[in-house]
Ligand binder design. Structure first.
Ligand SMILES: *[C@@H]1O[C@H](CO)[C@@H](O)[C@H](O)[C@H]1NC(C)=O
Ligand SMILES: *[C@@H]1O[C@H](CO)[C@@H](O)[C@H](O)[C@H]1NC(C)=O
Ligand SMILES: *[C@@H]1O[C@H](CO)[C@@H](O)[C@H](O)[C@H]1NC(C)=O
Ligand SMILES: *[C@@H]1O[C@H](CO)[C@@H](O)[C@H](O)[C@H]1NC(C)=O
Ligand SMILES: *[C@@H]1O[C@H](CO)[C@@H](O)[C@H](O)[C@H]1NC(C)=O
Ligand SMILES: *[C@@H]1O[C@H](CO)[C@@H](O)[C@H](O)[C@H]1NC(C)=O
Ligand SMILES: *[C@@H]1O[C@H](CO)[C@@H](O)[C@H](O)[C@H]1NC(C)=O
Ligand SMILES: *[C@@H]1O[C@H](CO)[C@@H](O)[C@H](O)[C@H]1NC(C)=O
Ligand SMILES: *[C@@H]1O[C@H](CO)[C@@H](O)[C@H](O)[C@H]1NC(C)=O
Length: 579
């Protein structure tokens, strides 16, 4: 290995006899520089030692060594800066922790691992990501001209290199060559980033926690336009209050189907099988006038785009009416998902009971009409990543756009970003064979990344990894290292104000137990944070089993084929396999 490691280990052997080192002992420029890999050690990463900075940070709440390291890719002349946070030696538990970002961002915080005794990092990715620069701001060199470096760095490379380099420096820093348990945690695009790491750098990670991953990027991003396209096709732009009423009435009708009336749809599959949205037609709704967009929808989105950054102040008049057949038709078409004009399915959609966030319309004060409001989550993606308009932050209109247009945009984006952002490689052999564990979760009422998107990937991995095993055998094998949990009623990487359900809080504790103590989880703890059952700890069912409550107090985890089938999709509108 590196010459510097031998030196560091010799130092450590001497020191160990005396006492554990202090932060001041290790948090020095000399110690860090001695721990840096020399050029040629990590192929493709040339550290620039002169750019290193080191300073101890100590406050009542936290103590760590803040280290910045810069490197270049040989021959490229670029500079990537990484900030690492090293816990003080007495707190270090042989762990490395990578946090995911969200939207078009990488994480800008290096300190997320400190409380776990883990070294953590955050990277500039070569384009200022550490200062909050987002990839959509920089990946176009000009109109029509993609600068691929930021795309690949954002897609997977920057985090992978940060992990490889950080794990290389850590033994020298502490003077310890113990195994470094390496963790990842993130939700939304942070979930996608986590999937990118197990797909591309599988041998580096021991425990990866991914929530609601915004992967299958081409489909996922364009799908944000589907709801608005439905409104255009059906020529009906529902007042937001009408859609919220449809959601509330769906929740009221489907909540009991899981065996307990607690305000939460724990079985959206039973809702899909047993509830007909047309039964809501004629129900009255009312929402008071408002200046803002909140309306009780729990965006909790933190997802791609700027529409929900809280800065928009839209006027909405009082809305008083009854749910219309057209309103229900819009909701039903959204639930049914995108099909091309031949009727072939192109994508899956949000679960019934989720908010219709993408469908939200805008009030025109002059015409007194509700109008299409193109979600920038989808509109910016099409304008920038597909049409390559460097100046755009949304599409101007959906004029001339049809369902077939959406399908062709998805296909184009899937092809263009297949080996970068798409992030659905289903062969996880490197990760699995190295002993990696994956904890994947998804809110069942997510209005931004369809819950079924996670199911589809889980099914793809199972099919690709275990093509010859029976269903039961493959499930048993998969569970040893890849577990998926749906969170009843939860929104996008957040609780849902319309459904007071449980939300997992101690995923890292579960993961550390799994990785370091060999305790394979069978359930996932989640705590109810509001409503009648606030404080109740639910031990969530592991997919594909589903909860069924009895006597209001406990639930079983059951499997039924009809429910499972509602989650299973094929996408014949595309000619290549969609994992
Ligand atoms: C490694 O390469 C980088 C850039 O290629 C250079 O700045 C640095 O000085 C080299 N490191 C050593 C230890 O020679
Ligand atoms: C770490 O040090 C760098 C360089 O001095 C500084 O820019 C950064 O804000 C520090 N970060 C933390 C988390 O202390
Ligand atoms: C929907 O339910 C929420 C509470 O769960 C309530 O605040 C909101 O006013 C309801 N909206 C409509 C349109 O009924
Ligand atoms: C829902 O009910 C309507 C009206 O009765 C009927 O036309 C429609 O086929 C039903 N939908 C489903 C999925 O059963
Ligand atoms: C809504 O409209 C109905 C019928 O026009 C009316 O009876 C009711 O008072 C209105 N509700 C509110 C809260 O304004
Ligand atoms: C829209 O019109 C209402 C009353 O007609 C007014 O109170 C409100 O300020 C207007 N909002 C905007 C954004 O123009
Ligand atoms: C880029 O293309 C857009 C849309 O065609 C155009 O409005 C804009 O002026 C172009 N920008 C430059 C710098 O050419
Ligand atoms: C999960 O919850 C159970 C019951 O409340 C508790 O005994 C257990 O320690 C929890 N596990 C974790 C990992 O928090
Ligand atoms: C469960 O709670 C509901 C009210 O939410 C009540 O009507 C029902 O009797 C309870 N069932 C049992 C078995 O306690």
């Amino acid at each position: 290995m590196r010459p510097s490691l031998a030196v560091a280990l010799a130092t450590s052997a001497g020191a160990a006899a005396v006492s554990v080192k202090s932060l001041d002992d290790v948090c020095t420029l000399a110690n860090v520089k001695a721990a840096l890999p020399s050029n040629g050690t990590l192929l493709g990463i040339n550290v620039i030692p002169s750019a290193t900075t080191v300073n101890a940070v100590s406050s009542d709440s936290t103590t760590y060594c803040n280290v910045t390291v810069a490197y270049t890719h040989p021959g490229k002349g670029d500079t990537v800066t990484i900030e690492y946070a090293f816990p003080e030696p007495s707190a270090y538990k042989n762990r490395f922790y990578v946090a995911g970002g969200f939207g078009y961002s990488l994480s800008t915080t290096s300190t997320g691992g400190i409380s776990y005794g883990a070294v953590g990092g955050a990277t500039s990715a070569g384009y200022g990501a550490l200062d909050g620069v987002t990839v959509d701001e920089v990946f176009l060199a000009g109109n029509g001209s993609i600068d691929w470096d930021p795309i690949y760095m954002f897609a997977y490379q920057a985090l992978g290199e940060m992990t490889v380099l950080g794990k290389n420096i850590t033994p020298g820093f502490y003077g310890s060559d113990s195994k470094i348990y390496t963790y990842y945690e993130g939700c939304s695009d942070g979930g996608r980033q986590g999937m990118s790491q197990i797909q591309r750098w599988g041998k580096e990670y021991d425990g990866v926690i991914t929530g609601a991953p915004a992967f299958r990027y081409g489909q996922q991003q364009v799908n944000h336009l589907f709801s608005a396209e439905v409104e255009q096709e059906l020529d009906y732009y529902p007042p937001p209050c009408e859609l919220e009423k449809i959601v509330n009435a769906t929740i009221a009708a489907c909540d009991p189907l899981d065996g307990r009336t607690d305000g939460v749809i724990s079985r959206s599959d039973l809702c899909e099988l047993n509830f007909n949205l047309t039964s809501i037609i004629g129900e009255p709704y009312y929402c008071a006038a408002e200046v803002s967009t909140s309306l009780g929808f729990n965006f909790g989105k933190r997802s791609i785009g700027k529409r929900d950054d809280g800065s928009s102040t839209t006027y909405q008049p009082a809305q008083n009416g009854t749910v219309s057949a057209k309103g229900v038709a819009v909701a039903q078409a959204i639930i049914d998902g995108l099909h091309n004009s031949k009727g072939e399915r192109a994508y899956l959609s949000y679960q019934i009971g989720a908010s219709y966030t993408d469908a939200e319309t805008e009030y025109n004060n002059d015409t007194k009409q509700w109008e299409m409001d193109i979600p920038s989550t989808g509109g910016e993606f099409v304008a920038k990543f597909i049409e390559l308009n460097a100046d755009a932050d949304n599409l101007d209109t959906l004029d001339g756009v049809t369902y077939d247009t959406l399908v062709s945009w998805m296909n184009q984006a899937m092809f263009r970003y297949m080996d970068s952002l798409q992030t659905t490689l289903p062969d996880l052999t490197d990760f699995q064979s190295h002993g990696g564990k994956l904890l994947h979760y998804h809110g069942e009422s997510d209005p931004s990344v369809p819950t079924a998107s996670s199911i589809h990937y889980w099914q793809s991995v199972r099919g690709i990894m275990y093509p010859d095993l029976t269903s039961k055998e493959s499930l048993t094998k998969l569970r040893d290292w890849y577990q998926l949990y749906l969170v009843p009623g939860a929104a996008h990487c957040a609780t849902n104000s319309l459904q007071p359900g449980p939300y997992p809080e101690d995923n890292m504790e579960t993961m550390i137990d799994w990785v370091e103590n060999g305790i394979t989880p069978t359930r996932l703890n989640a705590t109810v944070s509001a409503g009648e059952y606030e404080g109740e700890v639910q031990r969530l069912c592991q997919w594909p089993s589903r909860p069924l409550w009895h006597n209001n107090a406990t639930f079983d985890c059951v499997f039924d084929k009809a429910s499972y089938d509602t989650w299973t999709y094929e996408f014949p509108a595309f000619k290549v396999p969609v994992y």
